[in-house]
Every structure is written in structure tokens, then in C-alpha cells.
Design a protein around this ligand. Structure first.
Ligand SMILES: Nc1ncnc2c1ncn2[C@@H]1O[C@H](COP(=O)(O)OP(=O)(O)OP(=O)(O)O)[C@@H](O)[C@H]1O
Ligand SMILES: [Mg+2]
Length: 256
């Protein structure tokens, strides 16, 4: 089992879109995939068409985060196992603060599921708060989507600082792949940003172009690979899955 965290404290970087699309693609390839929504915005949960009510916080990672309770039974959508989120998951942030060792709770509980899943994909919130730490420390590797706009570059310092802190607890944590996203090749500024990212970062995936089908699939509550099979976006996702397999040295799983 491998645990990957889609990580960037910058908002609207493509974390949720890419983790969802890759989760679906790896499941289509026969891998047993668990998706964990760590973001109180619950974007991934909504994109999957799931709904959690305020009285169902135990369906989320809340209890694991605050008291190391076992992880809940996941939901199942589009061939993916899913631990969803809810806006009240934000309560966990306050409850985790000042509790020694609490940030490793998800790490240890996930490792108990290693016989059940090939891949765990964690969708992080756009912050550097408690839940983000919980998710980063739970991962074997991080995948960092970067929008090809100013904020993509501006976020790199914060990212380096966060990595430095996480390394004190998990020295083996690495960034498996940077993924340039939301790339509009008609815009000079996007071209400059991509050139900069290519110079500075490695390994860097092939850029994911800006395409409205991402939003259309979102609205349809479907992964892009299901909403627009064999489209250029689907092909880009498949290519990204190949690049990630290589960069993160993911084991190829021949199943189903
Ligand atoms: N390649 C793309 N082309 C066009 N739109 C995209 C693309 N990738 C993502 N989007 C859209 O951009 C928005 C932000 O993407 P997404 O929610 O995946 O980013 P995020 O990093 O998870 O955001 P947050 O930080 O709020 O969690 C969404 O509306 C999504 O549908
Ligand atoms: Mg998101």
C-alpha cells in the first residue's frame, strides 16, 4: 500500500481535481484505491456526489484525528472507497492542538489497512493547519499541483518551509511529483510560469491544460475519466498516472 497526499496550501491549485481523476484512473487500472477527504470544504466529497450531515462526523477522519479512533467504514463510489468530509471537520483543528503525538494518528491508522488497499490518496485543505499536518505526516510521498499563475510560484516558499517542519517528524517524506495545472498556452504569463517551474522543480509532470470539461465533470458529479472518456483531458490524466507511477515508483498491480 502506498499513501500519497495531494498537497499545496495555495487554494485552487487543482489538488481535488487531480486526486479525484487519478484515483478513478488507478481504480480503472485495477488498483484498490481509498480516497481520504481531509478538507472541511468537502469539495472531493461533493464531487463524488456524497453528502455527510452534521450528526455524521464519525463518517469522516474526525475521531481518528482527535483521539486515534479506528478509521470509519468508507463509502463506495465510482469504484473508489472514500472517507468523506464535512464542514464540521474543522472542529478537529482546535481539538488536535496541544495534544502530543496527535499528528501521527492518521499515519498509524492507515497502515492498519495495508492489506485492503493498494493506494491511498489524501486530498489536503488549502492551509498549513492541523489537518494539513495530519495528512502530510500520514503520507509516504506528496504530490504537489501548481497552478501556472503567480500564486503557483508564490506558494513555493511556504511549501519549502512546511517540508522542513514535516521532515523533523518524518525525515523520509518526499515530494514524488510536481504537477503544473490550469495551463493556458495562449497566455504569455502562463508560458513564463511554466518555464520557471521547469527550471526550478524536479520531477515535474507534463502540464495539465486549462479545459472547461473539468468544471463540467465536477458539476455532473463524475470523475473526468467517466464524464469524458478518451477525451484529451482523459488522455492527459492517463499520461499523468503513468508519470506518477514512474516518479513515485508505484508498484504495478495486475488485478481485474
Ligand atoms: N485543468 C483545469 N482546467 C480548468 N479548470 C480546472 C482545471 N483543474 C481544476 N479546475 C477547476 O478549478 C477549480 C479549482 O480546482 P480544485 O478544486 O481541484 O483545486 P484545489 O487545489 O483542490 O482547491 P482548494 O484549495 O480550494 O481545495 C475547480 O473549480 C476545478 O473544477
Ligand atoms: Mg480541494
Amino acid at each position: 500500500m502506498r499513501v500519497l497526499n495531494f498537497f499545496n496550501h495555495v487554494g485552487g491549485a487543482g489538488k481535488t481535481s487531480i486526486s479525484y481523476a487519478l484515483g478513478y484512473e488507478f481504480a480503472r487500472r485495477g488498483q484498490r484505491v481509498l480516497m481520504v477527504d481531509l478538507d472541511p470544504q468537502a469539495s472531493l466529497t461533493k464531487a463524488l456526489g456524497l453528502r455527510v450531515t452534521a450528526s455524521e462526523l464519525s463518517r469522516t477522519v474526525h475521531d481518528t484525528a482527535v483521539s486515534r479512533a479506528p478509521l470509519p467504514e468508507p463509502d463506495h463510489v465510482h469504484g473508489l472507497a472514500v472517507i468523506p468530509s464535512h464542514v464540521n471537520l474543522t472542529l478537529a483543528e482546535g481539538r488536535m492542538m496541544g495534544v502530543p503525538g496527535v499528528h501521527m494518528n492518521l499515519h498509524s491508522r492507515l497502515r492498519e489497512l495495508s492489506e485492503h488497499y493498494d493506494l491511498v490518496l489524501i486530498d489536503s485543505p488549502p492551509s498549513l493547519g492541523q489537518l494539513t499536518i495530519l495528512g502530510a505526516l500520514a503520507a509516504d510521498q506528496l504530490v504537489v499541483p501548481l497552478p501556472c499563475q503567480d500564486k503557483g510560484i508564490e506558494g513555493l516558499d511556504g511549501l519549502a518551509q512546511a517540508m522542513e517542519l514535516y521532515h523533523r517528524v518524518r525525515p523520509e517524506l518526499t515530494i514524488a511529483l510536481y504537477v503544473p495545472t490550469l495551463y493556458d498556452r495562449r497566455v504569455g504569463h502562463d508560458q513564463d510560469t511554466l518555464t520557471y517551474l521547469k527550471e526550478k522543480l524536479s520531477p515535474l509532470a507534463t502540464e495539465i491544460p486549462l479545459r472547461s470539461v473539468w468544471r463540467d465533470a465536477w458539476r455532473a458529479r463524475q470523475p473526468v475519466g467517466l464524464f469524458a472518456p478518451n477525451s484529451p483531458v482523459d488522455q492527459a490524466v492517463r499520461h499523468l498516472a503513468d508519470e506518477l507511477t514512474q516518479a513515485a515508483r508505484l508498484p504495478e498491480v495486475a488485478r481485474g
